[in-house]
Structure formats: C-alpha cells, structure tokens
Design a protein around this ligand. Structure first.
Ligand SMILES: [Zn+2]
Length: 139
C-alpha cells in the first residue's frame, strides 16, 4: 500500500495548480460576511450595514477586512466584483438578530450566527413567560 496522504501535500494528479499564498483562502464566507457584502454591493454604508446586521460600524470594518482576505480582494469594488463572479451575491441580504433570522438560518441549513442565537434565546424566554402568565391567569 502507499503511504498515507500528508495534509498540505496534494497528489500530483494533474488537478488545478494550488493557489498562491496571496490568493483567496478556501474558507467560505460566513452568513454574516455574505450579507454584509450583499448590502455593500447595494451601496449601503458601514453604518447602515451595521444597523441591519445588528453590529457596531467598527465591527463592520473588521468584518470586511476578513471578507477581503478570504476573497483575495484588495478593496470593496474588487471584493464585490469577485463575489459577483463567484455567484455569491445572488441571495437577498437577511435580517439578523431575532427569531425570524434564526429560522432563516435553519431553513438555509446554516449554523445560526451569534446575533440570531441571542435573538432566538430571548424569543424562547419571552414565549415561556407568556405561557406562564397565561397559566397563572387561568388558575
Ligand atoms: Zn444571523
């Protein structure tokens, strides 16, 4: 038998040439990163994007730094172009941070983002409180 394949070394089977060190990373964009980029492609400012995704405008900047790194982009127009070519901008931006956002993640078979988990927990606590109050009222 042959030696086990070592991680990081690709078998020379005539496949695509590995991307350069400065090329795009293979890690996919997170749901939040995709949504931020979709909003940016619609001309939204960092403030508007932060408001929609329920994160601070300063966090939006950090989020885009990570997006550029993953895409191998040098700036926003470049990132939007690369993402559009890859078909990443087709979906509609989602609203995050509440039960609907949580349900939408689940529907898309994604792990819900932190903001949506937080919103979902608040939603469940709310429902429990409502049920409890209803029981007490009926008693
Ligand atoms: Zn979310």
């Amino acid at each position: 038998m042959t030696a086990p394949v070592q991680p990081g070394l690709s078998a020379s089977s005539g496949g695509p040439v590995p991307s350069s060190r400065r090329g795009p990373s293979r890690r996919p964009l997170s749901p939040h990163q995709l949504d931020a980029l979709r909003l940016a492609s619609l001309g939204k400012t960092h403030t508007e994007i932060g408001r929609q995704l329920l994160i601070e405008p300063t966090s939006v900047g950090k989020l885009f730094t990570e997006v550029f790194r993953k895409l191998g982009a040098v700036n926003m127009p470049n990132a939007v172009l690369l993402a559009a070519r890859a078909g990443l901008l087709d979906g509609k931006p989602q609203r995050h941070g509440d039960h609907a956002g949580f349900a939408a993640h689940r529907y898309r078979k994604e792990e819900p983002c932190d903001a949506c988990w937080e919103g979902e927990r608040a939603y469940r606590a709310d429902r429990r409180a409502v049920r409890k109050a209803a029981r007490q009222h009926a008693a």
